[in-house]
Design a protein around this ligand. Structure first.
Ligand code: FAD
Length: 566
């Protein structure tokens, strides 16, 4: 069996190593266009920033190791130019000397990845505009940063924000421009505003709801980035991080099917429309784990798993790819944002019924030193309680909670299962009622009808219809800030002061994070009031207020939503 693999990094190298573990006899040839196979793309921003000082550490499995340990035929600086499916032959260009030659295959695995988008903006090809995909790009940026002072990053996705952190670390005055009205567009906006605030606190200038319209040179070096709003930003260099496009040209030229999102179409075994050709990683289109719809989510975990599955299937194992959940995490200076499954906006787009709850637990027991709050949002099916998605933003412990919820989604679990989850606990690690259990208790209470919730985003409408907004925090907390029109009866006094409340009106109770609001809602409900708890309390309310004030005007033209920082 002769297996040819196009692309030698995440998906390709995984497939090659797995194939060797399954067969000592197979001939495995891996073609990589660049000079390095199996390097750590995900570490590149931290290499530019100097956090990873040793370049060699980014070579996860150096070529020599792949040759010696896995007996792979690794051909770097060799680009596969075309596929002759009928004769099962590849045309390969040796980039070192420009010659071309042919190679045969029995099974072919395409793992060519995705290339950074370079939108057709005037001046896009000027010197000083960089993208970051491989080690050579990182080397170039390393050099450029020396002697530079000002950087503009276009795009506030993962790579854009990781670059912002690392350029600030290198002393750059850094501006991030983002077309959307929020950073990290896959997240829901009210969840991600603390990250935007944190970026600004760390000295990043953030320009939202605006985009680069034109690049013009500044002589002798540098660029002016003209924005759609008319503003201009001067920079010594620009980093473009506006997304990636699947490298599908080899596949389309060979007549392989491509899906509606531009990725190579594959089945659950990662086979393309030609059963002898597999495709994996950023170049493919798979199914969304929650909705079953076609999706394209370029992440390292899926690419690695898909590589294994393709190799398994070639050797007769029935491995199946279950779909991509979009479990993702990003560190932004001292904060962390993570998500899994569908966001609220994605659920809305998919037309899927959902309910949500917010909570703001600490990552470990509140009495133990170092307790820090995180914000957690759980999305679930309002009928059967199935977990559909989750997002968390904070510092310590965010990763652990999203990973647990990612497994819950994959196992098809419900909020009732989260109530029962038995998780590791000692005071410095978690809580006897872990945030996962708490999320389960709150959400299960909603599904069971024990405690109705109201959401901060719906509050203006709700207040008009139902004017009793009851703040159950202490008088001191109330005095430090409260929702307009709220009346204050601390929860500990509530039972004795029920006659102050109008029984004909529905009452929305709230506290700082939702817990005392829940207690108040239970007291009120059992006393015969119609009551609901404001999910996430005053904290979520404030996050929503920030998110709403950053909105572009309804129906109006886009304007700068937030400009701050250095
Ligand atoms: P790649 O790893 O991109 O490999 C494809 C390879 O194929 C390339 O090296 C290319 O040169 C080669 N190739 C293409 N065409 C040909 C051809 N015709 N002939 C020969 N060779 C060819 N994901 C995460 O989950 N977490 C992160 O923190 C994270 N951080 C990232 C940071 C950066 C800066 C970047 C760029 C990506 C990051 N990713 C992250 C995404 C992750 O790296 C990708 O999802 C993953 O590498 C995709 O694997 P792949 O095998 O499909 O493609």
């Amino acid at each position: 069996m002769r297996i040819a693999i196009v692309g030698g990094v995440a998906g390709g190298a995984s497939a090659a190593a797995r194939a060797r573990r399954l067969s000592e006899e197979a001939e495995i040839v891996m073609f990589e266009r660049g000079p390095d196979p199996s390097f750590a793309n995900c570490g590149l921003p931290y290499y530019v920033g100097g956090e990873i000082a040793d370049r060699g550490k980014l070579l996860v499995a150096p070529k020599q190791m792949l040759i010696e340990r896995h007996r792979l035929d690794v051909r770097t600086r060799q680009s596969v130019e075309s596929i002759d499916r009928q004769h099962k032959r590849l045309t390969v260009k040796n980039l070192a000397d420009g010659t071309t030659y042919e190679e045969s295959y029995d099974k072919l695995i395409l793992a060519p990845g995705a290339s950074p988008l370079r939108p057709p903006i005037s001046g896009i090809d000027l010197p000083g505009i960089y993208t970051l995909r491989d080690l050579r790009d990182a080397d170039r940026l390393q050099e450029v940063v020396q002697g530079a002072r000002r950087a503009v990053i276009v795009g506030a996705g993962f790579i854009g924000l990781e670059m912002a952190e690392n350029l600030v670390r290198r002393g750059m005055e850094t501006t991030v421009v983002e077309l959307a009205d929020q950073v990290l567009p896959p997240w829901d906006r009210e969840m991600i505003t603390p990250i935007a605030t944190h970026l600004i606190e760390k000295g990043v200038r953030l320009v939202l709801s605006d985009s680069a319209d034109d690049f013009a040179p500044i002589l002798p070096t540098g660029l002016t980035v003209r924005l759609k709003s008319g503003d201009e930003l001067d920079a010594d260099f620009v980093v473009l991080s506006v997304g990636v496009r699947p490298e599908n040209s080899l596949a389309t030229a060979a007549g392989l099917e491509v899906g509606p999102r531009g990725g190579i179409r594959v089945n659950e075994h990662m086979q393309t429309s030609d059963p002898d050709i597999y495709a994996v990683g950023d170049a493919v289109e798979t199914r969304d784990f929650v909705t079953g719809d076609p999706t394209r989510i370029p992440l390292a975990g899926p690419a690695n798993r898909q590589g294994r599955i393709a190799a398994d299937h070639i050797f007769g194992r029935p491995s199946r790819y279950r779909g991509t959940q979009g479990t993702a995490i990003v560190g932004v200076f001292d904060m962390v944002a993570a998500m899994t499954g569908l966001s609220e906006k994605a659920l809305r787009r998919a037309g899927q019924a959902y309910e949500k709850i917010y909570l703001h637990p600490t990552q470990h027991a509140g009495y133990y030193p170092g307790a820090e709050r995180m914000s957690l949002k759980l999305l679930f099916d309002p009928q059967d309680g199935r977990v559909l998605g989750a997002q968390a933003v904070g510092r310590a412990g965010v990763d652990k909670r999203i990973d647990v919820l990612a497994m819950a989604i994959q196992a098809g679990m419900t909020v009732f299962d989260l109530e029962e989850a038995e998780l590791a606990y000692a005071p410095q690690f978690g809580a006897a009622k872990d945030p996962i259990n708490m999320a389960g208790f709150i959400a299960a209470g909603v599904v069971r009808g024990d405690c109705a919730v109201v959401h901060a985003a719906d509050l203006p409408d709700t207040i008009v219809a139902e004017p009793t907004l009851l703040d159950v925090r202490t008088a001191e907390e109330f005095a430090c800030g409260h929702i307009p029109a709220a009346v204050n009866i601390p929860v500990d006094q509530l039972r004795g002061r029920l006659d102050e409340l109008n029984r004909s009106k529905r009452i929305i109770a709230y506290c700082q994070v939702g817990q005392r609001g829940y207690l108040a809602t239970r007291i009120l409900t059992q006393a015969g009031f119609r009551a609901a708890n404001l999910s996430g309390g005053y904290t979520t309310y404030c996050q929503n207020q920030v998110a709403q004030t950053e909105s572009p005007p309804p129906g109006g033209s886009r304007k700068k939503a937030a400009v701050a920082g250095s």
